[in-house]
Design a protein around this ligand. Sequence first.
Ligand code: ADP
Length: 315
Amino acid sequence: MILTVTLNPSMDSIYFAETFILGEMNRCSNPIKAVGGKGINAGRTAAILGSDVTVMSVLAGTNGELIRNALEQEAFKSVFIPIPGESRNAVTIMDREKNQTEIVELGPVITVETAQKVLANVIDFSFTQQKRPIIALCGSANTKNERLYQDYLQQLYEQLGAEVKILTDISGQQLKNVLQGTIKPYFIKPNIHEFAELLSLSIVNKQEVIRQLTHPILQDIPFILVSCGGDGAVAKYQGRIFDVTIPAINSINPTGSGDATVGGIAFALDQGLSIEETLRYGMACGMSNALEQAVGYVSVENVEALKNNIVLQEI
Ligand code: ADP
C-alpha cells in the first residue's frame, strides 16, 4: 500500500511550437492538457506497475475541479482535500530545437489550517489500512512555513510509529530543513542540481556526487538517490554506495522522470524487493517516462525490458 501526497497539483498545458521567440506573437497548435503534480505522477507510476495506490491531492477552485475529474478516471484511488483559492496552471512550450520554456504559477498558499487538515487525513487514512502505507510526500509546497515537512515527519513518526517509511521528493530550503530536523525521512531523491543546491556546492558529475555522500547533513538517512538524468544515478543505501549506469535511449520527454523514479522506488519498497532490484525499478521507470510524450507515464513492458540493462557498481 502506497499513499502519495501532493500539496500543489497543477493543470498543465504543453504547447509544441515550431519556434518560440521571446517578445513576439508565437502561434502554435492546441496544447496537450494534463494534470501535473509530483505525487500524482509517482502514484500513477506505482499503480501502473501494480501497487495498491492512493493519491491525496489538495484542490482549489475551477482548476481543482478539472484535476478532480481527471484523477477520478485514473487507475489509483484518490483522496481530495478542498481548500480556498485556485489550483495552479503550468505552461510548457517545447520548440523544434527541444528548448523547453516553462511558466509555473505558485499555486494556493498552504495555510496552517490546510497543513493540519492534510496531516489529519494522512493519519486517518493510515489507521484505516491493514498495514501502514509507504507515504510519499512529493513536491515543495507554497507555504511560509519552511518547517512544514519537518513538522509532518515529526507528527507522522509520533502518531504512526517509527517503522513508517516516509519518502520525500522535495527540494530547496524545505529539503534542507527536513534534513536538519531530528526525524529523518527514509528516502530522498534530489536530482544532481538539487543535490548541489542542498550542499551549496558546484557539483557537475557523478564522481563529485559520490564524494559528497558522506556530507554530515546526509547522515542517518537510510536511502539517498541522487538522480543524474541520462547519466543514471548515484545511490547510498544503509551505508552502501552504488554507481548506477543506464543505457542511452532516444528520450522524447524527460519531464516527470524523477517522479516516475520515485514511483518505481515506492513500488519496489512496497514489494519488499532487494536494493539492487529497487534501484533498477527506479531507473527503468525514469527512462520509461522519458520515452513517452506524456508526463508521468510508464509502460510495464518498457520498464521490464529496460530494467535488465541497468548496471550497478557497488563502490
Ligand atoms: P528529475 O526529473 O527529478 O530532474 P532526473 O532528470 O535525474 O530527475 O531523472 C530521473 C531518472 O530518469 C534518471 O536517473 C534516469 O534514470 C531517467 N532519465 C531522465 N532523463 C533521462 C534521459 N534523457 N535519458 C535516459 N534516462 C533518463
